[in-house]
Design a protein around this ligand. Structure first.
Ligand SMILES: [Zn+2]
Length: 392
């Protein structure tokens, strides 16, 4: 989740908005406007819309406070926090690295819902002090704003404590399982499985209540369930990859048989003599034995067919300085992070300007597949399988 609009920094953390935030902010403002208008027909439209707009904006301030609580606790516990992005379904804190121990995981995860609950309670308390009686509709603009913020934050605090990993409650649950089992990977697997179950319950209940006449609310619940299901599944896949590749280096998984092509060759000749004859998809480009770039089939495809004769490999390739490279002793997990962070499928492995090989996402996924078939549920990790003499 990348932010499209940057708002500034708090405690060194970049705060930003994703485009989808604007849609949800507008939706909240309009539905609040309608609600305020219904409850208080005597209000003029100026008061209705100002109250709605202020409520919507303050709602996002409270969401930001929720995320900041996660982030500041993470910073206190020695983790680096890069940014916070607000988007349609709430906020995400981009915390670098995973919690090193169960206690950190617990505190970081619990800080957010706790903040929401406190904010909710404080808003309702101020509204009460201003003359609002619980279980009645607020009558003034100020109490209307506060009561809505109070209830929404309290429900957010409770909702986030549902043990559906990767919701906050799921992380709290994971931290507890971690503290009991002393096994970080196993606790993530268990939490992700429970998360899938919770997500399924959301979907089933959402669809059921839709057919019982709940309309949009039912669909919304089912949608949240679907979102949670997706997140729980990718958390599961991620922990599989992490535990399989932990402690492994790029030198163990890179393919060294990269075909090289001279930079002066025309694309026409390149396709005829290299692509068709080797069946490879990626080639290293050399200039007098020095590695200068990579050329993949899609780079050739980007050049119109009638210009292949007059275009050289050098002109179509991605030059070395634009590529993200790794060395043979880069950790495989770091290489995967670089690929994911830069949206590339392969990384050249380079030492002192010489290409040693290429590490590709598809090859790593094949290894993962082989690993899961070989280990069939014991999860010893590719590294340990190799040490046992099995070579996936
Ligand atoms: Zn949270």
């Amino acid at each position: 989740m990348k932010s499209n609009v940057k708002l500034g920094k708090i405690a060194g953390i970049e705060i930003g908005l994703h485009y989808s935030w604007f849609i949800i902010a507008a939706l909240i403002t309009f539905s609040l406007g309608e609600r305020f208008h219904q409850v208080n027909p005597s209000w003029g439209s100026g008061r209705v819309w100002i109250a709605s707009l202020v409520t919507a904006l303050l709602f996002f301030v409270t969401l930001l406070m929720h995320e900041l609580s996660h982030s500041l606790v993470a910073q206190k516990r020695g983790l680096r926090v890069k940014s916070i992005t607000l988007f349609a379904l709430g906020g995400v804190s981009q915390i670098e690295g995973d919690a090193p121990d169960a206690k950190t995981e617990f505190l970081v995860a619990f800080a957010g819902p706790l903040a929401s609950l406190v904010i909710g309670f404080v808003c309702l308390a101020i509204a009460a002090a201003l003359g609002w009686h619980p279980a009645t509709e607020p009558r003034t603009a100020a109490t209307s704003v506060l009561v809505w913020l109070g209830y929404i934050n309290a429900s957010l605090g409770i909702f986030n404590m549902i043990p559906g990993f990767p919701l906050d409650g799921g992380r709290v649950f994971r931290a507890i399982v971690w503290a009991i089992t002393k096994d970080a990977d196993r606790s993530t697997r268990i939490a992700a499985r429970v998360g899938q179950l919770v997500a399924l319950l959301f979907i089933v209940y959402g669809i059921w209540s839709f057919f019982r006449g709940a309309g949009f609310n039912g669909l919304w619940l089912a949608f949240i369930g679907w979102f949670l299901m997706d997140a729980a599944q990718s958390s599961y896949a991620q922990v599989e990859a992490t535990s399989a590749f932990r402690g492994m280096y790029v030198s163990e998984v890179m393919s060294g048989d990269c075909v090289t092509v001279d930079r002066g060759v025309s694309l026409e000749e390149f396709v005829d003599t290299y692509v068709w004859k080797t069946g490879q998809r990626c080639f290293a480009v050399e200039d007098n034995g020095r590695f200068v770039g990579l050329i993949a089939l899609r780079d050739v495809g980007a050049i119109p067919r009638d210009r292949w004769n007059s275009t050289t490999v050098r002109e179509a390739m991605r030059p070395l300085k634009e590529l993200h490279t790794v060395t043979p002793d880069t950790q495989v997990l770091d290489a995967l992070k670089i690929m994911a962070g830069n949206d590339v499928n392969q990384l050249p492995v380079v030492t002192n300007g010489t290409l040693q090989g290429v590490v590709s996402r598809s090859h790593l996924m094949q290894l993962l597949q082989a690993h899961s078939e070989l280990s069939a549920g014991h999860y010893p990790g590719i590294h340990r399988l190799k040490q046992k003499g099995v070579n996936p």
